[in-house]
Design a protein around this ligand. Structure first.
Ligand code: NAD
Length: 294
């Protein structure tokens, strides 16, 4: 039987509709919810990304402001901007657009964001609180992965879960989430000796590496739930020999869809859900800030 396709775009639309209702209620009773993104440098991709964030925010009723700093901005100047946004009661959430210029210490800047305004869940304090099972705000991509796992209908308790890729912002938080849900979790990475020996035991397989089509059908247990986090831009030749650019995941979708029970596509899986989770986190941040004030 072909795998169920976990349609991240459709789930994201459902979540945005729910967020729109929550934002309207919050705006009416407690004043506007506002996101501020900070972009350092003249990165065109960063500005395009910010523009799409603005459109989606405004669509759900969230105000959006982009603060731009020049390439030459120093660490101290960036921290001053973050401090000002932390202290401003009119600002609900702060997004720090990456990558930052090389002379800026990214981790230190992320650390500076108030954990209650850290809507991307990147502050080490929020990531650390995952160990206690109670982050103030959790990392968006990890939340998107767990949402897809939940919607696949698989029973997480007691399941064998394998997470390939153990980055601080994706792989490790996903590992912690799955542990929290009582799965038996194996974390694989670049030094894992026999990847297939692990992945072939996985009822739930999450791949967050950044290597196009790393996982083929030979690595997947029949019936497994496969979540592909990877985003890779590749060049390929079409049937007429013309070179085309396309986005693929870390999973070879066609071959794995033939053996998996459920699979998330790229594009249209984790990506759109991650943005929906950013908006959900923003409402969550507004609620928690309110509770902190009372
Ligand atoms: P990263 O580079 O920080 O970490 C990669 C991890 O993969 C490391 O733990 C490394 O040990 C492991 N790895 C590398 N090669 C491997 C191999 N051959 N076998 C097994 N493990 C290997 O990456 P990241 O920031 O976690 O991102 C991973 C992918 O997810 C990228 O393609 C990125 O673009 C994508 N991503 C997507 C979203 C989204 O919203 N959809 C968000 C964040 C990242």
């Amino acid at each position: 039987m072909p795998a169920t396709i976990l349609d991240g775009a459709a789930y994201a639309a459902e979540i945005r509709a729910e967020v729109t209702r929550q934002v309207a209620w919050h705006n009416a009773h407690h004043g506007p919810i506002k996101l501020v993104a900070v972009l350092v440098g003249s990165d065109a991709a960063g500005r395009i990304y910010a523009e799409s964030q603005r459109k989606l925010s405004v669509k759900v009723g969230v105000q959006y402001e982009l603060v731009e700093l020049p390439d030459s901005a120093t660490q101290a100047e960036l921290l001053t901007v973050i401090d000002r946004l932390n202290a401003d009661p009119g600002v609900t959430g702060i997004i720090l657009q990456l990558p930052l210029p090389p002379h800026i210490d990214t981790a230190a800047a992320q650390y500076r964001i108030d954990p209650y305004k850290d809507v991307e869940g990147v502050n080490p304090a929020n990531i650390g609180l995952l160990f206690y099972g109670e982050p103030i705000i959790a990392p968006c991509t990890a939340l998107a992965v767990t949402e897809l796992v939940r919607r696949s209908g698989v029973t997480e308790r007691g399941a064998n879960a394998v997470v390939i890729g153990q980055s601080r912002i994706v792989g490790k938080p996903v590992t912690m989430f799955l542990l929290e849900r009582m799965a038996t979790v194996t974390g694989c990475h670049i030094a894992t000796r026999d990847l297939a020996a692990h992945t072939r035991q996985a009822d739930i397989l999450v791949v967050a590496v950044g290597k196009p089509r790393l996982v083929g059908a030979d690595l997947v247990k029949p019936g497994a739930v496969v979540i592909d986090v990877g985003i890779n831009r590749i060049s390929e030749r079409d049937d007429s020999g013309k070179e085309i650019r396309r986005t693929v995941g870390d999973v070879d979708f066609e071959s794995v869809a033939a053996v998996a029970g459920a699979i998330s596509p790229v594009p249209g899986g984790v990506g759109p859900l991650t943005v929906a989770m950013l908006l959900r986190n923003t409402v969550e941040a507004a609620r928690k800030q309110l509770a902190r004030r009372i």
